[in-house]
Design a protein. Structure first.
Lengths: 372, 121
């Protein structure tokens, strides 16, 4: 059975050495003394020669054992440790020992193995973080930075992803006569949702060049999108169309959250179902969705949002909720610009959620019909 | 820790439908459990109608809806139909919001779902 302690091993060897020498002397000492006296004429040999010789032998035994069992193996371990600390190449220490040296060697091997894994993870993490930043930049480029001018409307909106790359999107496509404003929310968040968000953004923009109604844009976007996403993914959306010539507002719902319609005259918010079906659920939505007119008088507001806002929870687990959002629109919308309404709701939202982490992407858009 | 259990109850009289009872929320946390159970079970079931019983499922989010849509697609390819029943008010609201009842029948009770199946004969 392997020794578990160097001290024990060395002590045992010393003991055995002393025992063997003692036994030999016990048997042979008188003969040895006689031999030394007769052969070499040496007297008092025990004190003057034998004991010093024995001490020398014991000393050599101790030194050799210390060298073989302690110094040499420690030297090997420290050599690799010094190499690792100096940043030079080092080797794993192979040993079958289970004593203190064995433990030290095993510890070194484990530490260096973990350091190698951590280094790889850090390098991989850095690479992924870099790629996520690139993905985030691409998304930021396609989201509207400035709100374009649309005749007859005043509007403001922003989106904030929960992670570097998000699944919420909005766009404002100002084309003169027919202008489109939409908000979209892909299932989940992160990179997969972000890729779909970018895809839909491109499709909506492209189809807005060809079609003049929200219905046609949504039907065709869905047709192309369905072929390219996994069955579990879908995107809810609602698209407004403002005809600046007719001064009429329309909306096309695709399974999105309710639309809030604030009436300036009554100072009350109407909560409308957006209707339709989410994009990506079925190949053909032409018989399921429709574009409908929205009664929008001058100074009336339309508020579009993603579920990340109403489903956000504070530290007590309480949800922000649709009712709270509706109340805040009613509170702030009178005699305020869309940007002011947005800012006030945002401040309230931030105060409500406090330090609770943002778990979903959030988007809020406020659109007001101008005077005239 | 959130969990979800699923029980399968076959219509042993007419062999027309199977009720799949969900006990727990259907969201991102419990989705792996639901996926594993259905991946094991779906290849074995040949009955024309599968009724997902939501009586004991108080919450569903977009992940859960995506899961149901995937089941719907797989069943449609095999000429089987997904039916959702026993939905609580908040679950029903969420399903209606995304438009799911337009493609998958949704009923308030299991009895209504079974009645719907009988009438289709």
């Amino acid at each position: 059975m392997a020794q578990k302690s160097i001290f024990g091993k060395l002590t045992m060897r010393l003991f055995i050495t002393v025992a063997v020498i003692g036994a030999v002397l016990y048997v042979w000492l008188p003969n040895l003394q006689e031999l030394l006296l007769l052969r070499f004429g040496l007297e008092d040999t025990t004190r003057r020669y034998i004991i010093p010789a024995l001490l020398l032998i014991l000393f050599l035994v101790v030194v050799v054992n210390l060298f073989v069992e302690v110094h040499r193996p420690l030297h090997k371990v420290f050599k690799e440790m010094r190499a690792m600390l100096a940043g030079r190449p080092y080797k794993k220490i192979f040993t079958k020992r289970t004593d203190e040296i064995g433990v030290l060697a095993y510890f070194f091997n484990e530490v260096t193995r973990n350091i190698e894994h951590i280094s790889l993870d850090l390098a991989e993490g850095k690479r992924m973080s870099k790629e996520l930043n690139v993905g985030s930049e691409i998304q930021q480029r396609i989201l509207p930075k400035e709100i374009p001018h649309i005749d007859g409307l005043d509007l403001f909106g922003r989106t904030r992803p929960a992670s570097e790359v998000g699944g919420d999107s909005f766009d404002i496509i100002a084309k003169g006569e027919n202008n489109f404003i939409y908000v979209g929310d892909v299932t989940g968040h992160g990179v997969p949702a972000g890729l779909i968000m970018v895809m839909v953004n491109m499709l909506m923009r492209t189809f807005s060049e060809i079609y003049q109604s929200g219905y046609d844009i949504i039907v065709n976007t869905n047709r192309v999108l369905k072929q390219r996403i996994e069955p579990r993914r879908f995107m809810t959306s609602v698209m407004l169309r403002w005809n600046s010539k007719e001064k009429k507002m329309y909306y096309t719902g695709a399974g999105h959250e309710h639309i809030l319609l604030y009436h300036a005259a009554s100072k009350k918010c109407e909560v409308l179902k957006s209707g339709g079906i989410a994009l990506g659920m079925v190949p053909d939505v032409s018989k399921i969705i429709k574009e409908q007119a929205l009664e929008l008088a001058p100074h009336d507001m339309v508020v579009l949002y993603s579920d990340g806002i109403i489903e956000a929870k504070n530290m007590n687990g309480e949800m922000f909720g649709l009712e709270r959002l509706t109340q805040q629109v009613e509170e702030y919308a009178a005699k305020a610009t869309p940007e002011e309404v947005f800012t006030n709701i945002s401040k309230n939202f931030a105060a409500f959620v406090g330090d609770a982490p943002q778990e979903d992407d959030i988007t809020l858009i406020v659109v007001q019909r101008a005077e005239g | 820790m959130e969990t979800l259990t699923i029980k399968f109850i076959e219509d042993i009289r007419d062999h027309e439908y199977e009720v799949i009872q969900l006990h727990g929320n259907l969201d991102a946390h419990t989705l792996p459990i639901a996926t594993r159970k259905m991946d094991e079970h779906l290849p074995k079931t040949k009955l024309p109608f599968l009724i997902f019983d939501f009586s004991d499922c108080p919450f569903i989010n977009s992940n859960g809806i995506g899961f149901l849509m995937e089941i719907h697609m797989k069943l449609t390819k095999r000429k089987q139909q997904l039916i959702v029943a026993g939905v609580q008010a908040n679950v029903k609201d969420i399903l209606e919001l995304v438009g799911m009842p337009k493609i998958v029948p949704v009923f308030d009770t299991i009895a209504q779902a079974i009645d719907h199946i009988k009438k289709r004969k």
